[in-house]
Ligand binder design. Structure first.
Ligand code: F6P
Ligand code: MN
Length: 322
């Protein structure tokens, strides 16, 4: 099995970007270890703090954030970073070539129940002439990402990544400490019989999503003429991993639970990187209004509607909005 760096050189990835990716992965290997030891080390449970999203921070959220932040800021490769757990972007090296946005530990509610969690990252090129402390440089659309990926801390620790030449799977081989390529150019099946949505929000969705899901639930006696299965891991990394592996539609639609906040998932470090991975694997990643990666960001923590996965199923869902 091929090691990470040679596989990236095959995709013509620059040495600078390979070094940055290896830097991020060094932190994730440590996070993988800390996650496995969390119960023993008293690292389960919450801190007394909330992040800027108003969510209680788990102890492991904070640990994971510090590990990635420190290694990136010390690396010299990054001009600035932006994290779910940081209120504002953090300046790095003025000469750094890249900007990194990340969700240090996605699926936080799974931490204390020993279930799937992961780290999501998105890399853009820094804009020359802009001050490292200026967070405006992060306001670049998702189609400008030069790399996106996640590390899933599951039964095996897996890296799923794209640099624009397909989406590839790697597994952390603990015998030598590196990630090995296990599947090149993963393809999301175009059709599916599986959907992922938090059904408890059903009564708060807009009519088109209500109608679409009702038709899936109607199964082979309904308009779709086939039975659908439902899965919800409650960690985007876990649900998207399943979709990449065997197809499906994943959505966190707009809802009216909180009128000031119709969307849940964050554009810069959840929706954009996952969209890049899904599109590079032949899937589709949309809001009900258009392609996620076309959105011009207005805020590093902005939230967005997400409908992504198997091409034909996402298109079917969107047809309900027309
Ligand atoms: O980071 C947000 C997140 O935890 C995602 O990973 C996940 O898909 C979603 O929220 C789960 O939402 P809910 O708590 O509504 O099931
Ligand atoms: Mn998250």
């Amino acid at each position: 099995m091929q090691r990470l760096a040679p596989s990236l050189r095959e995709d013509n990835v620059s040495l600078d970007l390979i070094s940055l990716i290896k830097t991020i992965l060094a932190a994730t290997k440590e996070i993988s270890f800390r996650v496995s030891q969390a119960h023993l080390g008293g690292l389960l449970g919450s801190t007394l703090d909330e992040n800027i999203q108003g969510e209680v921070q788990k102890k492991l959220d904070v640990v994971a954030n510090e590990l990635i932040k420190d290694i990136l800021l010390e690396s010299g490769f990054v001009k600035a970073i932006s994290s779910e757990e940081e209120d504002h972007s953090v300046a790095g090296d003025e000469n750094g070539k890249y900007l990194v946005s990340f969700d240090p530990l996605d699926g936080s509610s799974n931490i204390d129940i020993n279930s799937l969690i992961g780290t999501i990252f998105s890399i853009h090129e820094a804009i020359p002439g802009v001050d490292a402390a200026d967070s405006a440089q992060f306001k670049q659309a998702g189609h400008k990402q030069v790399c996106a990926g996640y590390v899933l801390y599951g039964p095996s620790t897996m890296l799923v990544m794209t640099t624009g030449k397909g989406t590839h799977f790697y597994v952390l081989d603990r015998t030598h400490g590196g990630f090995l390529l296990v599947e090149r150019n993963v393809q999301v099946p175009q059709d599916t019989k599986e959907f992922a949505v938090n059904m408890s929000n059903q009564r708060f969705w807009q009519a088109p999503m209500q109608n679409y899901i009702n038709d899936l639930l109607a199964g082979d006696t309904g308009p779709r003429g086939k039975n659908f299965n439902m899965r919800w891991i409650a960690a985007m990394v876990g649900d998207i991993h399943r979709v990449l592996q065997r197809g499906g539609i994943f959505t966190y639609p707009a809802d009216s639970k909180n009128s000031e906040q119709p969307y849940k998932l964050r554009l810069m470090y959840e929706a954009n990187p996952m969209s890049y991975l899904i599109e590079q694997a032949g899937g589709v990643a949309m809001t009900s209004q258009g392609r996620i990666m076309e959105i011009e960001p207005t805020d590093i923590h902005q939230r967005v509607e997400v409908i992504m996965g198997s091409k034909n199923e996402v298109e079917k869902c969107l047809s309900y909005y027309k």
